[in-house]
Structure formats: structure tokens, C-alpha cells
Write a protein that binds this ligand. Structure first.
Ligand code: URA
Length: 234
């Protein structure tokens, strides 16, 4: 494979950006500076580094994004900022969010260009766990906990599947884990209990926890281990 192509695949940059890195002498192949974009490399054997960082080629990109409130889970929107607006232009190609969070919900959103993995994770029968931290208008009770466990009528054909509701120190706060992804599910579950969500944040999905070092609006690539964890669910 040509070196400029390899750089663009690893870095999500354009070929001309890759060439600019080469021209500046930022790229090494097997520890030796290489400036020729046409240099052929074997991704399985040659060690390529950009500014000292060893590159590894992955067919797909997997990102963890800390979605802030006010950001739409979409690729385009006329009114609001979308998740794409938080990513560098050259790194956005082909990415889409895995599922949705409401405009006012914060927290963990996975982004990828791996359509197959996304489809599998979201398949209704897959029952991937999602955990949310919620602040409520009124205190949460043991009866609510029981009702979540039994499943709630939220106006759909079937009741929700059993969900776990953990009470926290403050009575108006709770952790909820669901295995479905119905529209406004958490808000509708609390509504069915005559309560109202005033703040919602997803903190975990499919065994991946939101990295606490990420501030709202920040993102990072998933680690190999995190990607494996997702794959193992499918
Ligand atoms: N449930 C909701 O009500 N909103 C979300 O954004 C996610 C789950």
C-alpha cells in the first residue's frame, strides 16, 4: 500500500494532508524518516509513525463522545449543533451515532463507521444494557424500584422489559439500567410512575463506561479492549 494512502486510512485525513505530514518530515517508516508519498509499505510488517506516534491500521473507527445537552444526535441539523460539529472535519467521514440521546440528555454516545456492529448492537433482541443517571422532580421510592423491575406500561403494545432502578443517597436521584432503547424510554418510565426527569446522563452502554476525563463535547477513540467488549456482545 502507498504510504500516503496508509496515513489517510490510519489518521482519517485526506491524501494531501498525509503528503503534507511527509513533506514536513513527520513520518518515519521503521524508524527512518520517509518523505516519499509513493513509498510502498506492508501494514503487517512495517512500523509507521507520525510525529513519534506509532500508527495502527483499523478498518473502522470507533469513538466515545461525551454528548453535551443542546447537541442533536444526528449528522445534519438546521437548528442545533450536531455530534459531528464536535469532531475534526477530516475525521468525520462515514461516522454515525450508535443509537440516539435526546437533545437535553448528556453522556455516553458511541460513534462509528462500522454499520454492521452498529446494527447488531441496536437490534431489539440483543438487549444491550444502557445505564443512566437521572435526577427527578420528586423522590424515588422502593415501589418505583419494584415497578421498574416488573416492567411498566409506557403506552406501547407491551410493557417495558425488566429494568433495574438503584436508589442513591439523595432521594431525587437514581441509576437506571434498561436493555431496550425505546423513544424517550427513561423519561416515559418515570412519567408512568407520576414523576418527571429533570436531568439525564448516560454513563454506560454495552459494557463501555463514559470516560470521566472527557468533558461534555470531548471525545476519544475506543481502546482495543473496549472494541473487543462491544464485539463480544454481538
Ligand atoms: N431515555 C430517554 O428518555 N432519553 C434519552 O435520551 C435516552 C433514554
Amino acid at each position: 500500500m502507498r504510504l500516503d494512502k496508509y496515513l489517510s486510512l490510519c489518521r482519517g485525513c485526506t491524501r494531501s494532508q498525509g503528503k503534507a505530514f511527509l513533506k514536513k518530515g513527520l513520518v518515519t517508516v521503521n524508524q527512518e524518516t520517509e518523505k516519499r508519498p509513493e513509498r510502498r509499505i506492508d501494514p503487517g510488517k512495517d512500523q509507521v509513525a507520525l510525529a513519534g506516534e506509532i500508527l495502527s491500521y483499523q478498518e473502522h473507527v470507533y469513538l466515545m463522545f461525551h454528548k453535551p445537552a443542546g447537541c442533536v444526535t444526528a449528522v445534519h441539523d438546521r437548528e442545533h449543533r450536531t455530534v459531528m460539529d464536535y469532531l475534526p472535519k477530516e475525521g468525520r467521514r462515514g461516522l454515525f451515532p450508535v443509537g440516539r440521546l435526546d437533545l437535553d440528555t448528556e453522556g455516553l454516545l458511541l460513534l462509528t463507521d462500522d454499520g454492521e456492529l452498529c446494527h447488531r448492537l441496536l437490534a431489539p433482541g440483543r438487549h444491550v444494557e444502557k445505564t443512566y443517571y437521572a435526577v427527578l422532580e420528586r423522590p424515588v421510592s422502593r415501589e418505583d424500584q419494584e415497578a421498574f423491575r416488573e416492567g411498566l406500561d409506557i403506552g406501547e403494545k407491551r410493557r417495558t422489559l425488566p429494568a433495574s432502578l438503584s436508589l442513591l443517597e439523595r432521594p431525587d436521584q437514581a441509576m437506571v439500567t434498561v436493555v431496550e432503547g425505546k423513544f424517550h424510554q427513561i423519561k416515559r418510565m418515570f412519567q408512568a410512575r407520576k414523576n418527571r426527569v429533570v436531568y439525564l446522563k448516560r454513563i454506560r452502554m454495552g459494557g463501555i463506561s463514559l470516560d470521566e476525563s472527557l468533558k461534555p463535547g470531548e471525545w476519544r477513540e475506543l481502546t482495543e479492549e473496549e472494541i473487543e467488549r462491544l464485539r463480544s456482545l454481538c
